[in-house]
Design a protein around this ligand. Structure first.
Ligand SMILES: [Zn+2]
Length: 838
């Protein structure tokens, strides 16, 4: 190690090094600070750098330099460190707490400081949110080195006027998955042939995090530790400028903002953001890239309307979020129609954009600060322009779901108040725009082609019954939800326990009991029981634990019941009699034992990893239930009889006739197949079930085709796609799949064109789109009338002694659909209880 370092040091300690390709402009460098090349033992761009080495290098910089300090803001699912390196002058760094206080005064609408130019500008350079877009983390190392070690007057000026927060890898788990791949297949000499393994990662690839979530959609939803850690950090610092570096397909050049203009018109965003500021910065980037001969484009694509991007969330916090997209070398060198792209070339563009971001921010310091101050002040004035004074919401039956929603509001620093039995979010608050984001729905769109979702009213994700209020009764401010659910001490029973199934965590409690070999029954009709906590009316699905029927003694059963209650904060009761005050008795045949799910899910090539990850994440993190992930390549040698439930999410499923029959035979034995979105279409297309899709393929061959301009094709075709819309469905509350719901009308999320016809069986259409189904998002009239209004959202179909549960929509979307998770979990836990009457 020492020898190698010495050698490297000998070769590159001079004024010029191979790495001058990147940072020649910023000589001289402090010789006491190791360059990335000296530290790593290879030049940037020669290999893909592992995240632990990235963290080690930044830690080293913080150790050896008075310009830098390092902070850990979280840990990934796989245990990797999430860090930020803070860089500024030694004087600023010593004084950081005081500077922070001055900076934050500009985000407080009750204060009006005017020293816009006195405080350094706060810049957050964020890199590599998509793990297999690796150039930017390498650029982060070069940027950190330049800022820490350069003694060039230009850099000195930047440091004096800014505090730079470098987040080198937003998604370390995904990055390392890709890093391992690219380094494993790297040839020597390099192989530029796009067909080489190096350029063709295997499923699930490195884009996403551990649970295959796209972290560049998670800023709003805050589901993963990477985003939650970052959001906590974010709301402590409110940076003025934030970068989000990406890579796109190889057959391209370089993209920076402004984005597609009509797509950027967010009704709640100050125009100044996407017009003036983006153009101002765009001017800097174009000059910088021109100077190194790099080509680029702007304005044509991408929209910043979805608030969960790394480049749009900062816009909602008075900052300027900046998206960069570099054509990927995906590997170390690749041949493209535009010539050869090398890894160092892609890194250099990202590096130059990083430095240029700092330059532009420093040179417009006062303007950016003034803008942020005005942003938060206008939040208060804008809120006054609407009659709406706030939003109130409540749910009497499911406290854990309410808690999860409030936690989300608090994560975004939205003020929430509790009065009597409901919660109120006033509109007059600095986070007014986030309040709008969470609650408002839109039905007017300037554009109809969406890069991502066209609906994101998060209150609907959580199936919150909320309403806009014109008068306010605030009550007590909610600081935390830690003691929100008080578990009433459960008394011991020698007869039975009942868990209310309306609670979001009831399935987790059920799983806990089943994993501990407790027999649990589900009640298929409501009843009123005399419990030790008073007379309680239980809804469909209440879980009944009969004590005498267990293999364990009553003390053990009691101990497990208490654990289940405490762990998951579910409403649990003890009863001493099976005789109900109303409805069925506990010995009724409608109180039926449920079997433990032995679940598997097909994953791998052709399967949509996002949807599979959502299932895996839900079961791991909320239900704590293991699910076997079966790679498609092993399909033939799997004995499916080990399982009673199989999940198939959207995917291509190129299965032969024999393989399809294998699934059908297995279902026929009494098992449950759960299909989501495109897998439901697949099951119908392959005639696994006797259901139908709605199709309007009866095109008359004599119909004349109307000519259209070629250039309009992407727009015309694009608008027919369902880019993420929230619809209302009508639920059959008596069906086991709908147990735990109280209201027949609930929101669902659709981002596909799977239109299932209502079943011919009268008892099989569990959810159908309501009469006026549109809650939030964009759908064309044609799609609405010809498909949506005629189709079903959730259908159960009998196959032999088993059944297929067909979801047209995605009940687990982005780990955020608390409102529809239950439908999916019911299919898993109650699937074998579903008899489809003939
Ligand atoms: Zn990306």
């Amino acid at each position: 190690m020492f020898k190698k370092l010495l050698l490297v040091a000998l070769c590159f300690s001079g004024t010029l090094s191979a790495q001058d390709y990147f940072y020649k402009k910023f000589h001289p460098f402090n010789p006491d600070i190791p360059s990335p090349e000296e530290f790593l033992g290879y030049g940037i761009g020669e290999h893909h750098t592992r995240h632990d080495l990235i963290v080690s290098y930044l830690t080293k910089l913080a150790e050896v330099s008075e310009r830098a300090s390092i902070y850990q803001y979280g840990k990934t699912h796989e245990g990797r460190k999430l860090v930020i390196l803070t860089i500024t002058t030694p004087e600023n760094l010593k004084n950081l707490e005081a500077l922070k206080k001055q900076h934050l005064a500009f985000t407080d609408p009750s204060k009006s400081p005017t020293n816009f130019d006195d405080v350094p500008i706060f810049i957050n350079l964020g890199y590599n949110v998509h793990g297999n877009e690796p150039s930017s983390s390498e650029a982060a190392l070069l940027t950190a080195y330049t800022m820490v070690a350069s003694q060039n007057p230009e850099i000195n000026t930047y440091l004096k006027h800014s505090v730079i927060f470098i987040d080198p890898t937003i998604n370390p788990d995904g990055r390392d998955r890709h890093t391992q791949w690219a380094n494993t297949y790297q040839g020597s000499p390099l192989v530029a042939d796009p067909q080489d393994a190096e350029h063709n990662e295997y499923w699930p690839m490195g884009r996403t995090n551990h649970y295959w979530f796209d972290l560049n959609r998670d800023w709003l939803l805050g589901i993963n530790p990477e985003s939650r850690g970052k959001l906590n950090w974010y709301h402590e610092w409110y940076p003025n400028v934030v970068t989000d570096f990406h890579e796109m397909g190889s057959q391209s050049s370089y993209f920076f903002e402004p984005m597609k203009t009509n797509g950027s018109l967010n009704p709640i965003m100050p125009k100044e953001n996407y017009e003036d500021l983006n153009n101002l910065f765009g001017n800097y980037f174009s000059k910088a890239l021109d100077s190194i001969g790099s080509f680029y484009f702007t304005k044509e694509v991408f929209d910043g309307t979805y608030p969960g991007y790394g480049s749009s969330y900062p816009d909602l916090q008075g900052g300027l979020g900046l998206l960069f997209e570099q054509a990927s070398s995906r590997g170390h060198k690749q041949k493209t129609a535009f010539g050869e792209i090398t890894f160092p070339f892609t890194i250099r563009n990202q590096y130059i954009s990083s430095i240029t971001t700092v330059k532009a921010a420093v040179e417009n310091k006062a303007y950016l600060r003034k803008y942020q101050q005005e942003f938060f002040k206008s939040a208060l004035t804008n809120s006054g322009k609407s009659k709406v004074r706030g939003y109130s919401f409540s749910d009497d039956y499911d406290k854990n779901r309410v808690k999860a929603f409030i936690d989300k509001l608090l994560l975004h620093k939205i003020d929430v108040y509790e009065s009597e039995n409901s919660f109120v979010v006033p509109t007059k608050q600095p986070q007014y725009r986030m309040v709008q984001t969470m609650f408002e729905t839109y039905n007017k769109y300037r554009d109809s082609v969406y890069y991502d979702a066209s609906a994101w009213s998060v209150a609907n994700f959580y199936n919150m019954k909320y309403k806009a209020v014109t008068g306010l009764n605030l009550g007590k401010k909610v600081i935390s939800t830690d003691s929100f659910i008080e578990a009433k001490a459960l008394q011991k029973s020698e007869y039975a326990y009942i868990i209310d199934y309306d609670d979001y965590n009831a399935t987790a409690a059920l799983n806990f009991l089943q994993q501990n070999n407790i027999k649990v029954s589900s009640s298929f009709k409501p009843f009123t029981a005399k419990t030790r906590g008073g007379n309680i009316t239980f809804n469909y699905g209440a879980l009944v634990v009969p004590v005498s029927l267990q293999k364990k003694d009553d003390n053990e059963v009691y101990a497990l019941m208490k654990q289940a209650q405490n762990k998951f904060k579910v409403p649990a009761y003890s009863v001493e009699t099976g005789y109900s005050l109303k409805g069925i008795d506990l010995g009724s045949r409608y109180v039926s034992p449920i079997s433990k799910p032995r679940a598997a899910m097909l994953i791998g090539d052709g399967v949509r990893s996002y949807e599979a990850g959502e299932v895996w994440h839900l079961l791991d993190t909320r239900v704590h239930m293991p699910i076997t992930k079966i790679p498609m390549r092993n399909f033939n040698r799997i004995n499916f009889d080990k399982y009673n439930t199989l999940v198939m999410v959207s995917g291509r499923y190129n299965l032969s006739k024999t393989q399809q029959q294998k699934i059908k035979d297995w279902v026929g034995k009494g098992n449950t197949l759960i299909t989501i979105s495109m897998a439901s279409k697949w099951a119908i297309d392959k005639k696994l079930v006797k259901e139908e899709l709605i199709s309007n393929d009866k095109k008359d061959s004599t119909e004349t085709v109307k000519r259209k301009p070629y250039v309009d094709a992407p727009e015309n075709i694009g608008k027919e796609a369902i880019g993420g819309v929230i619809f209302k469905v009508d639920l059959d509350l008596t069906h086991p799949l709908a147990f735990g719901y109280r209201d027949t009308q609930i929101p669902v999320y659709k981002n596909n064109s799977v239109w299932i016809a209502p079943s011919k069986n009268e008892y099989s259409t569990v959810a159908q789109y309501s009469k006026n189904p549109l809650i939030d998002g964009f759908i064309t009239k044609k799609n609405s009338n010809e498909y949506l209004k005629k189709s079903a959202s959730l259908v159960v179909s009998k196959v032999g002694r088993g059944r297929v549960v067909l979801f047209a929509d995605n009940p687990n979307f982005r780990g955020s659909w608390y409102g529809t998770n239950r439908l999916f979990l019911n299919a898993l836990f109650l699937g074998d209880k579903i008899d489809v009457p003939d």
